[in-house]
Each structure stands twice: as structure tokens, then as C-alpha cells.
Design a protein around this ligand. Structure first.
Ligand code: SF4
Ligand code: SF4
Length: 223
């Protein structure tokens, strides 16, 4: 099945939301987010039968390029969910989540303009203290735990911290970032499975500590 990369966002909100909005219907074809070294780009990749593509939001990418790219791995540390998550969902997405999880629909929404679509409601999930997502739990994303990763908002599926990666069966960790051709380029170092697991565990522990500190900070001090 051919590979398709979601077009690059431009930084213009209505166009970037258009890409996300349209990508929602291809969730089941999502293959992963990849860093393409030659392009110096991080792009969500889908494997979609050609007949199923009805939107001009993708560009076809040769298999050889995908094989040469770094696939982002999420070690589920929760860092991008626990503070300043900025998480949000489109109406269809949040309705499906609520329906599946049996949670009453009670998220603040705002109307946004989506290129070629019009006015659309998006629901803010970052409603807990410090921008923590409503669905964050120290054990992982509640949506994923109680339903499926496919039910998560599109933004959560494609967003990656780009720290952990794999390429051609090998594991990598981002060790620095350098500036090249006006872009920030990640520098990856190959690591063993043991080192990868150790670093991932350390990150998970740090995030959990941060979460607990914030929770404790909220508790009234004993009088
Ligand atoms: S910070 Fe990276 S590893 Fe942690 S949850 Fe987010 S994407 Fe996954
Ligand atoms: S919906 Fe899940 S993955 Fe997305 S920010 Fe919330 S906890 Fe994280």
C-alpha cells in the first residue's frame, strides 16, 4: 500500500486546521510520524489505498524514503499531556470519545475558521491545572487505555516530541538539535535496547514526579 505524508503545516491556523480536520477521516490508515532527514521535516505518514484518497492534503512518498526516515516512538511518558498540552478535539472526535468512555460532554468549545470548510467547533481538552489534558492519567492516556489509540484526537496521534525513534530496526535517541538551512535539525544517536529503556523509564519517572509535585502543591497545607 502506498505511503502518503500529510502536507506540511504553514503556520496559518485556518490552513493547518484544515489539514488536521481532513486527516481525521484517515485515522485508521495512520502509520506513524517520521523525521525525513533529506527533507529535514517531521511528517505524519499514512498508508492509504489510492482509491480511498479524496482530499488534497497528502503527497505520495516513495517507500525507500520512508524506510530511510526515523519513525517517532512514544514511550508514553505523558510529558506532552501533563502540562501546556494544548490538546483539543473536533466535534466528531469528542462525541465519539464521550460515547465510548461514557463521560458527559462538558468541554469548553470555540469556533474556528477552517480553510475551505467554514466555521467549525473545537473542544479544549487542556482544562486541568497547568494545561493538563482531561484524559491524562499517570498510567497513560485514558482514551487509549479504555478504548483505542485510534480514538484519540488527530492532533495527539500525529504530535510527537521527536526524542525517541527507530530506523531500520534500530533504536535512536535525540541527543541535540542543530540549525541547518534555516531549520532545526534533530541529531540522533543509536542506542541499545537497554539504554533506550533506561532513558524512557527516567523520563517517565520525571514526568510522574512533576505531576505529583503539582498535585501536592494544590493540596491545602496542614494547619
Ligand atoms: S513527550 Fe514524547 S514520549 Fe512523552 S508522551 Fe509525548 S510524544 Fe510520547
Ligand atoms: S487526549 Fe490523551 S494523548 Fe491527547 S493530550 Fe490528552 S492524555 Fe495526551
Amino acid at each position: 500500500m502506498p505511503y502518503y505524508a500529510l502536507l506540511e503545516p504553514t503556520g496559518e491556523e485556518s490552513y493547518d486546521l484544515f489539514l488536521l480536520y481532513k486527516a481525521c477521516k484517515y485515522k485508521s490508515f495512520f502509520y506513524g510520524t517520521f523525521y525525513f532527514p533529506r527533507r529535514r521535516e517531521l511528517r505524519p505518514v499514512f498508508r492509504i489505498p489510492r482509491v480511498d484518497i479524496r482530499d488534497d492534503i497528502f503527497e505520495r512518498v516513495p517507500a525507500s524514503e520512508v524506510e530511510d526516515a526515523y519513525k517517532m516512538l512514544c514511550v508514553k511518558c505523558g510529558r506532552c499531556c501533563v502540562m501546556d498540552s494544548g490538546a483539543f478535539a473536533f466535534k466528531d472526535e469528542i462525541f465519539r470519545i464521550m460515547d465510548k468512555l461514557g463521560i458527559p460532554m462538558d468541554f469548553p468549545s470555540r469556533e474556528v475558521r477552517v480553510h475551505r470548510v467554514g466555521r467549525v467547533l473545537i473542544y479544549d481538552l487542556a482544562i486541568e491545572e497547568g494545561g493538563r489534558c482531561y484524559f491524562y492519567t499517570p498510567e497513560g492516556c485514558l482514551i487509549e487505555r479504555q478504548a483505542s489509540w485510534r480514538l484519540k484526537p488527530m492532533i495527539c496521534l500525529i504530535h510527537h516530541c521527536s526524542v525517541f525513534a527507530e530506523r531500520r530496526g534500530k533504536l535512536y535517541i535525540k541527543v541535540s538539535v542543530r540549525r541547518e538551512g534555516g531549520k532545526f535539525v534533530p541529531v540522533y544517536r543509536e542506542v541499545s535496547r537497554e539504554e533506550f529503556d533506561r532513558v524512557a523509564e527516567g523520563v517517565r519517572r520525571d514526568v510522574y514526579r512533576l505531576y505529583m509535585r503539582r498535585l501536592k502543591g494544590r493540596e491545602p497545607s496542614p494547619s
